[in-house]
Write a protein that binds this ligand. Structure first.
Ligand code: ADP
Ligand code: MG
Length: 348
């Protein structure tokens, strides 16, 4: 990485020089940001709103592999995965702090790329970068982001408030990020065996982007507001549909019926899963990292949402004794499992 490009050693700048370099062009846009980078703490004023806070940490070798993850994408994704948690509370994201640990092998140019992605995400989603921490790491790159947001108390949507009879909805489509990851991992192995072979990702842009450059679904939150629909419960899909739906049901003390044929899977996801000998439904249920929103709405809202293309109704909430069930395309009923890999055979 960066072998043929300009390399500025971080020691030349020092810690404060680096922080200054990375943050000197920040333009604060949020009314609630009183003071951003540059003092001992940021100062925020959310003027009577409830404050929402969430943190996610990304570790090299655990959450990302620099062999196929461009740093700009990584910075972008680090922000998106955090924003997604605020939207999952039906809130507005307003500020982030970014803490990085990196080895001295990273030249300034690499960190600049990472921050390009971070600033792009902040720009696109209208949030201010208001602080962070910068430290040396001996083992790999670490990025920890904290996101702050706000909401009126009456608008906040929790996980534990789904009601019997509610419709279960999910935005976008599922399983793409996971199949994209399979593809990137395969091409990495091919490259390790023969560095002369160029990665073959031809025609697979969508699922590769789903893995490398997810977009938090702020648009869904805006749409629900526009439709005047407040979900009864909501969670973002970071670990896979099955796991998230089980969280909602367990915390709400309810059961559910989820229909396999309703689960939205993009054709490219479907085709690629098949190429890898994977069941597309299992990819959607257990793949994770799709960063879609899973939510429940009252049946009475059906007329408001039935023609919306941005999300799909995939089942409904039941009483707790009915359990959490997946109804397969062939009509069989299976208990929904968080780790779906062996739940109903490897191939449908
Ligand atoms: P302190 O010594 O109080 O921890 P630092 O020297 O670490 O302060 O940071 C100085 C300022 O720069 C603070 O406002 C801090 O939030 C900000 N900052 C430090 N590292 C980063 C970073 N990686 N990204 C954005 N802001 C940062
Ligand atoms: Mg510090």
């Amino acid at each position: 990485m960066f072998e043929n490009q300009e390399r500025t050693h971080l020691e030349e700048l020092g810690e404060f020089g680096l922080i200054n370099h990375l943050t000197k062009n920040i333009k604060l846009t949020q009314k609630s940001t009183i003071k951003g980078v540059g003092d001992d703490a940021a100062v925020l004023d959310h003027a009577g709103k409830k404050l929402l806070v969430s943190t996610d940490m990304l570790l090299e070798g655990i959450h990302f592999d620099l062999a196929y993850t461009p740093l700009k994408h990584l910075g972008y994704k680090a922000i998106q995965v955090n924003l997604s948690d605020i939207y999952a509370m039906n809130g507005t994201a307003s500020q982030v702090t970014v803490s990085i640990g990196m080895s001295s092998k990273f030249p300034l140019e690499a960190i600049e790329e990472l921050y390009e992605g971070i600033y792009l995400a902040c720009d696109n989603y209208n949030v201010d970068l208001v602080g962070g921490d910068t430290t040396a790491s001996k083992q790999g790159l670490v990025i920890s982001v904290t996101v702050l947001g706000y909401a009126d108390e009456k608008d906040i949507v929790y996980r534990n408030t789904a009601e019997e009879g509610d419709l279960i909805c999910v935005s976008g489509d599922l399983g793409g990020a996971y199949t994209g990851l399979q593809l990137l991992e395969r091409e990495k192995l091919v490259y390790i065996e023969n560095p002369n072979i160029q990665p073959d990702l031809e025609g697979k842009d969508y699922i590769v982007e789903r893995q490398l450059k997810p977009e938090a679904r702020k648009d869904i939150i805006d749409l629900l507001k526009e439709l005047d629909v407040k979900p009864t419960s909501m969670i973002d899909v970071s670990d896979g549909l099955a796991s998230e739906l089980l969280h909602i049901c367990k915390q709400s003390n309810k059961g559910c019926n989820l229909y396999e044929e309703k689960i939205p899977v993009d054709p490219m996801t479907y085709e690629t899963a098949r190429e890898f000998g994977l069941d597309p439904t299992v990819c959607a249920l257990s793949g994770g990292e799709d960063y879609e929103l899973l939510f429940t709405v009252k049946q009475a809202e059906y007329d408001k949402i039935k023609f919306k293309m941005d999300f799909t109704i995939i089942g409904y909430i039941t009483e707790p004794n009915a359990g959490c069930n997946l109804i397969t395309k062939s009509g069989n009923v299976h208990p929904l499992k968080a780790q779906g890999w062996n739940a109903f055979g490897s191939q449908a």
